[in-house]
Design a protein around this ligand. Structure first.
Ligand code: ADP
Ligand code: ADP
Length: 224
């Protein structure tokens, strides 16, 4: 059994069913990517596992049903969601944004900052720069960096490649590889299939709110 176990999960927005019949397990240290076109339900899945949506079926994090916990409980237990919109504090500095990500009790903030700056040296060059003045790619690094300040057991990454230039994508890619070497479990939602296939151990293809295909990157490459 995994760090995250989703069974027969369904989510609706009024009459719109955004997810149905979702089964998904993410094991300790695994990297699972959910891919699919716009509107497939990827963000809804990220929001649901992070405690932001009502659902039917089961969603368990470390064996406890997510539905009974607030997003705040979950983040303090190491389920950290890096959203598509990044949720940065634009008028605060890079370092203040990072420091605010240290959600867990007993976090050694200095040590975590060191870890994030080693991961994304571009951030260390601009510790006092306001978040809103940074480029899209730098903001994405900051958003991932802030999530890592929370010492996640499970990092939920929603479309980290969105709107980024190829050069910046390489930096993000490199950072993500290092994060997995640290043993952080990752659930990635991505429209960028190349990016997902490059990083993930397993791929889940969502269409119209349902899983239509799953397998290793190799298996998915073979039949496309
Ligand atoms: P296929 O290649 O035919 O899709 P898989 O080997 O990917 O088959 O999956 C075999 C079975 O294991 C399927 O019934 C699938 O639902 C289940 N399965 C595969 N991956 C997961 C997962 N991440 N979480 C839950 N069940 C899974
Ligand atoms: P993806 O992330 O794959 O683009 P989403 O999870 O954002 O997909 O959307 C899945 C479906 O749910 C879409 O039909 C979308 O319009 C709908 N949806 C998403 N968020 C909301 C919301 N807050 N209110 C109503 N419908 C929503």
């Amino acid at each position: 059994d995994g760090i995250l176990t989703v069974e027969d999960c369904a989510v609706s927005y009024g009459k719109v069913t955004a997810l149905r019949g979702i089964d998904l397990t993410v094991g300790e240290g695994e990297f699972v990517a959910v891919i699919g076109p716009n509107g497939a339900g990827k963000s809804t899945l990220c929001n649901t596992v992070s405690g932001f949506r009502d659902y039917t079926g089961s969603v368990q994090y470390h064996g406890t049903e997510v539905g009974g916990q607030s997003p705040r409980d979950l983040v303090q237990r190491g389920l950290v969601h890096c959203t598509e919109s990044r949720d940065l504090f634009g008028y605060m500095s890079v370092e203040d944004n990072l420091t605010l990500g240290a959600y867990r009790a007993n976090t050694n903030t200095k040590e975590r900052l060191r870890f994030v700056y080693d991961l994304f040296p571009a951030l260390e060059d601009r510790t006092s720069q306001l978040a809103r003045t940074m480029s899209g790619g730098e903001q994405q690094m900051l958003a991932i960096g802030r999530a890592l300040m929370g010492d996640p057991d499970l990092l939920v990454l929603d479309e980290p490649t969105l709107g980024l230039a190829p050069v910046i994508l390489d930096d993000i890619s490199e950072g993500i590889e290092q994060i997995r070497e640290e043993g952080v479990t990752i659930l990635l939602a991505e429209q960028n299939v190349t990016f997902a296939l490059r990083h993930a151990d397993r791929i889940v293809l969502l269409e119209n709110g349902e899983v239509v295909r799953r397998g290793s990157p190799e298996e998915l490459r073979e039949d496309d």
